[in-house]
Design a protein around this ligand. Structure first.
Ligand SMILES: NC(=O)c1ccc[n+]([C@@H]2O[C@H](COP(=O)([O-])OP(=O)(O)OC[C@H]3O[C@@H](n4cnc5c(N)ncnc54)[C@H](OP(=O)(O)O)[C@@H]3O)[C@@H](O)[C@H]2O)c1
Length: 288
């Protein structure tokens, strides 16, 4: 991992559940002084046995280090902790690592900054066992200068992906990736529902489904380029041909338990694009 700044000499970790505890261990392994606090105090014992400093309150922990990592279940918990530490964090940097919404992230940023702290929002895209290795991906957003100041320290936790100045960006990417998985998985389940309804062997269908999903995977970079450049070559079919298929697919899914997956709306967008003269373009044109 590359570095410009030196790692922090001291970091506080508030919340040592599965991820927070792995973070504290990775920081200790990097030779950093780590102060830990957890709502249920017994949870810090293993870390203090490995050399972490225990704090008796969240405020004491937050004031102990220039960089404070808050790793709690959700933003309701984060909100409460930011209230509890508000008198102790002026001049510190708060990094929140919890799954949440863009609104949660902006609210936490505003709250930390009004208490005089710098703020980075983060998303966790790893299992605890990978923390401390490059396989662990953490997403960050907030001030670029603040990220740069702490980048080397954050890189001790894993791959640190910086997404921009808007504190909501990490939450948006985190949720967008979850959404991608749900769309693909539920789309597959919809296909299985249809297949099963006419007695086709569902397991035999799996290989054909893998090939079809592979087309999406294979085209991810080209699709991103088309969206960036607003250039939509026809590809395997143009919008007029897609409109016919979408109409039939919507009819097939009409009474399916898992619904039509929004295809009716997509069909409407395709028709709008055709009406505007974009019929010869490919499906990706509907993002315009
Ligand atoms: N674990 C994963 O594999 C994974 C993967 C991706 C993302 N994430 C995300 O990472 C975040 C942390 O997950 P985790 O697995 O570390 O969770 P966890 O093991 O359940 O730990 C949750 C932590 O939050 C603390 N907490 C909860 N409510 C609190 C409150 N009101 N006040 C103070 N502390 C509170 C808990 O304290 P107590 O010990 O007192 O209960 C504990 O330290 C979550 O947002 C999760 O969605 C986790």
């Amino acid at each position: 991992m590359s570095s410009i700044t030196k790692p922090a000499t001291a970091v506080s970790v508030l919340g040592v559940g599965a991820i927070g505890s792995a973070i504290a261990q990775a920081l200790l392994a990097a030779g950093i002084t780590v102060t830990v606090w957890n709502r249920s105090p017994g949870r810090v014992d293993e870390l203090t046995a490995r050399g972490a400093e225990p704090a008796t309150s969240s405020a004491e922990a937050a004031s102990a280090s220039p960089l404070v990592i808050v790793c709690l279940t959700d933003y309701t918990a984060v909100d409460g902790i930011l209230d509890d530490v508000s008198d102790a964090i002026a001049g510190r940097t708060i990094v929140t690592l919890s799954t949440g919404s863009p609104r949660d992230a902006r609210h936490a940023a505003q709250k930390a900054e009004s208490a005089g702290a710098a703020y980075l929002d983060g998303g966790v895209q790893t299992e605890p066992a990978a923390v401390g290795t490059a396989a662990a991906v953490f997403l960050y957003s907030g001030s670029p200068a603040v990220f740069e100041e702490h980048r080397t320290t954050l890189e001790t936790l894993g791959t640190a992906t910086y997404l921009g100045a808007d504190p909501a960006a990490a939450a948006v990417q985190d949720l967008a990736l979850f959404g991608l998985w749900y769309d693909a998985q539920v789309g597959y389940l919809r296909a299985l529902e249809a297949i099963r309804s006419v007695g086709i062997d569902v397991e035999a269908f799996a290989a054909a489904a893998a090939t079809q999903l592979g087309h999406v995977v294979h085209a991810t970079a080209d699709t991103a380029r088309e969206v960036t450049t607003s250039s939509f070559p026809r590809g395997p079919a143009d919008l007029t041909e897609h409109a016919h298929v979408l109409e039939q697919l919507t009819e097939l899914r009409h009474d399916q338990r898992l619904g039509d997956g929004g295809l009716d709306d997509i069909h409407g967008l395709v028709q709008q694009r055709i009406a505007l003269g974009h019929g010869p373009e490919g499906l990706n044109s509907i993002v315009e």
